[in-house]
Design a protein around this ligand. Structure first.
Ligand SMILES: *Cc1c(COP(=O)(O)O)cnc(C)c1O
Ligand code: SF4
Length: 326
């Protein structure tokens, strides 16, 4: 039997034409959309689609998910593995890039496919922690006492069911030198139904301190259901942070980003990172220059209290941390 959130996930839009019909935007459909969707499949939850403005082809939520013919243009600066993920793999599904923190690819699946995703070309098939790879991954963590934090990422780790997730978290908690559990997820935003009591229990049921880092790019992504889901996490004592990607046409404007920070705060979430786009193959049309990013950031810095200013960073392969560029 599917839980309500699993049923909602299964009912997502998987064809651009269906979403465009829902938004009364049939006129902007083009055959190239399907070619782009062949390279990275199309997927959007109905919950997220309901927050888009109808009949607006420039809607900032729609632009994050609608395939674009520009994805088919090859730009040599945009590559398969822009941030050196493949060099950081220490066991299947285990990425160890930064001191003290290890990132597990818990699944390759997501509830939504963001066109600008830096892992859209990631070879998930050979690199995720399924039941079979799990023990090896846990052994790697057990064997390295410098690891204090385990990050569950993907894909989106909250696509896993509560049983699987709970089991994985319990096993991580058995490793004494690990003190922090971090979840990188977009589900509180794109499928707020996912935040069930059982999930909150799985996240808080061990001695580990939990941090959930959500991913929102625009204040329009927050509706009452999203706020309620985030409140449930916050009430359970989970620390909430947000990361944003600076995206041309979506949020490349100081006023939009200030409003996002303020909305996050009202919802109990602190802004963490504002990422410059990672140069993954097929996403060049979302890029803003460093100069533009800095100009936007200067206005944000003037407008926001320090604790609502995300760190403007760029990830550079081989560096020991995400490079501050603000
Ligand atoms: C971004 C990232 C982290 C976390 O870095 P923080 O600066 O601690 O947020 C960890 N591992 C990998 C592979 C990452 O890409
Ligand atoms: S939710 Fe995250 S991992 Fe999934 S497609 Fe979007 S950016 Fe990529």
């Amino acid at each position: 039997m599917k839980t309500p959130w699993q049923a909602e996930l299964a009912d997502s839009f998987t064809k651009p034409a269906d979403l465009l019909t829902f938004l009364e935007l049939n006129g902007i459909h083009r055959p190239e959309l399907l070619q782009a969707a062949d390279r990275f499949s199309f997927r959007v939850t109905r919950s997220y689609a309901r927050r888009m403005n109808k009949r607006d082809p420039r809607d900032p939520l729609l632009l994050q998910v609608l395939p674009d013919a520009q994805e088919l243009i090859d730009n040599p600066n945009f590559i398969i593995d822009p941030v050196g993920d493949l060099n950081a793999i220490t066991a299947p599904g285990v990425l160890h890039k930064y001191q003290g923190r290890v990132l597990l690819i818990a699944t390759g699946a997501c509830a939504i496919h963001c066109r600008y995703c830096f892992r859209r070309n990631f070879p998930y098939d050979a690199n995720l922690i399924g039941k079979r790879q799990e023990q090896d991954a846990l052994d790697v963590i057990q064997g390295d006492r410098s690891i204090r934090e385990v990050i569950l990422s993907g894909g989106d780790p909250l696509v896993l069911n509560d049983e699987r997730l709970g089991e994985l978290i319990r096993k991580i908690a058995e490793i004494q030198h690990v003190g922090r559990l971090r979840i990188h997820t977009r589900l509180p935003i794109v499928l707020p139904n996912r935040i069930t009591t059982q999930l909150v229990t799985a996240l808080t049921g061990t001695r580990l301190r939990s941090v959930v880092v959500i991913h929102a790019n625009h204040a329009n992504e927050f509706d009452s259901e999203v706020k309620e889901a985030l409140r449930a996490l916050q009430t359970a004592g989970i620390m909430l942070l947000n990361q944003t990607v600076l995206l041309k046409g979506v949020n490349d404007d100081a006023e939009i980003l200030v409003r996002l920070s303020e909305t996050l705060f009202e919802t109990g979430v602190l802004p963490y990172y504002l990422h410059l786009l990672d140069k993954a193959k097929g996403i060049g049309h979302f890029e803003k220059s460093l100069k533009d990013a800095r100009a936007i950031y200067r206005v944000m810095r003037k407008t926001l209290p320090g604790y609502l200013l995300p760190k403007l960073v760029r990830e550079e392969a081989g560096r020991p941390y995400k490079t501050p560029v603000g």
